[in-house]
Design a binder for this molecule. Structure first.
Ligand code: COA
Length: 336
């Protein structure tokens, strides 16, 4: 699906950016003490050196609220008309986590809901927030990506534990003009449910419960088929990027920086190659945070040292399968 997200000259403009990482850091050497892995393997195959994880007692909503608070501060604003939270690790299966986040921010009463599109979640949430603005439903939308995959990983799975980290990032979108720095769009969004089994948490939803047979304990853990996911990530992000660039009237050469979902440094290198871009144009902070799922793009935006006016391409891919891309000229915002 593609769209300009514009109606009657009204569009969503990125006006603030905030992030939150939990204080606890787990290095590759820490993992190698409890799993059959090594710093050398993880760095060579993924580019990841460390990741942040929450402590017991914390949860996704805590990180999400703090990132949201900082995004509001960055935008020098204390109000929003809606909260859209991208997450696949909500505090509870029911209700959604976003209303609690809105309440924690002193925004109780406004619409607040979750969007679940795994690692593509932040781009889906951006499109949703932009839609609320372009249809006149809201003037300011707080869009947050937050995940705590450390809470659903199999403690004995060296592959997934090496990759994922916890975190949150948020942007404040405000109503603005299509031509101004920070104006979002067009968007490209897509999915392929025929490949849903490549990334799953099998139990905890309606399917395993409906049979009445208790789920096996390990079925509550996250599973991923690494090799096909790797190939799909490169293909889908490349195709989605090309699609959104064509709709924006940009060539790949026009792009100053690509801020892509941070899944694996080798995926980022392959994306640069397939788009014909030099590696330095692809922002990367994966060495410091790992794959933070829905938080990945806002965390990478905050670390990318973007200059006002730069042409930025955002692209993401994840479970579902789901993918999405959009573009913007970077606005004059100071990440908090
Ligand atoms: N340390 C040491 N060895 C590890 C390891 C680790 N942390 N993780 C996996 N291995 C082992 C495997 O067990 C396998 O061993 P075997 O040959 O004895 O069975 C070997 O390394 C090769 O595994 P393979 O899966 O072929 O490795 P890979 O080079 O494909 O890398 C991933 C694995 C997961 C890093 C890679 O496939 C990947 O990044 N996939 C995409 C992940 C992703 O993007 N997920 C999120 C979706 S957005």
């Amino acid at each position: 699906m593609t769209g300009h997200g514009l109606r009657g000259g009204v569009t969503a403009v990125l006006a603030g950016l905030g992030t939150c990482l939990p204080p606890k850091v787990v290095t590759n050497d820490d993992l190698s003490l409890v799993l059959d892995t090594s710093d050398e393997w993880i760095v060579r195959r993924t580019g990841i050196r460390r990741r942040h994880v929450i402590e017991p007692g914390s949860s996704t909503s805590v990180l999400a609220a703090e990132a949201g608070r900082r995004a509001l501060k960055s935008a020098q604003c204390d109000q929003a008309d809606a909260v859209v939270l991208a997450t696949s690790t909500p505090d509870m299966l029911c209700p959604a986590t976003a209303p609690e986040v809105a309440d924690a921010l002193g925004l109780a009463g406004i619409p607040a809901f979750d969007v679940a599109a795994v690692c593509a979640g932040f781009v889906y949430a951006l499109a949703t927030g932009a839609g609320l603005i372009s249809t006149g439903i809201a003037e300011r939308v707080l869009v947050i990506g937050a995940d705590t995959f450390s809470t659903i990983l199999d403690p004995t799975d060296r592959t997934t534990r090496a990759i994922f980290g916890d975190g949150a990032g948020a942007v404040l979108l405000r109503q603005g003009e299509p031509g101004e720095p920070g104006a979002l769009g067009p968007f490209d969004l897509g999915s392929d449910g025929s490949l849903s089994q490549l990334i799953t948490v099998p139990a905890g939803g309606s399917r395993q419960r409906a049979s009445g047979v208790p789920a096996a304990e390990r079925d509550h853990y996250f599973t991923m088929q690494g090799k096909p996911v790797f190939k799909q990530a490169v293909t889908r992000m490349t195709e989605s990027s090309r699609s959104v660039l064509a709709r924006a009237g940009w060539t790949a050469d026009d792009v100053d920086r690509v801020v892509a979902h941070q899944a694996n440094a080798r995926i980022l290198a392959a994306l640069a190659d397939s788009l014909g871009l030099p590696p330095h144009k692809i922002a990367s902070n994966i060495d410091r945070v790992g794959n933070t799922v829905a938080a990945s793009i806002p965390l990478a935006l905050a670390d990318a040292d973007l200059r006002t006016g730069e042409k930025v391409l955002l692209t993401a891919f994840g479970g579902g399968l789901s993918w999405g891309s959009t573009v913007l000229h970077w606005p004059d915002v100071v990440p908090q």
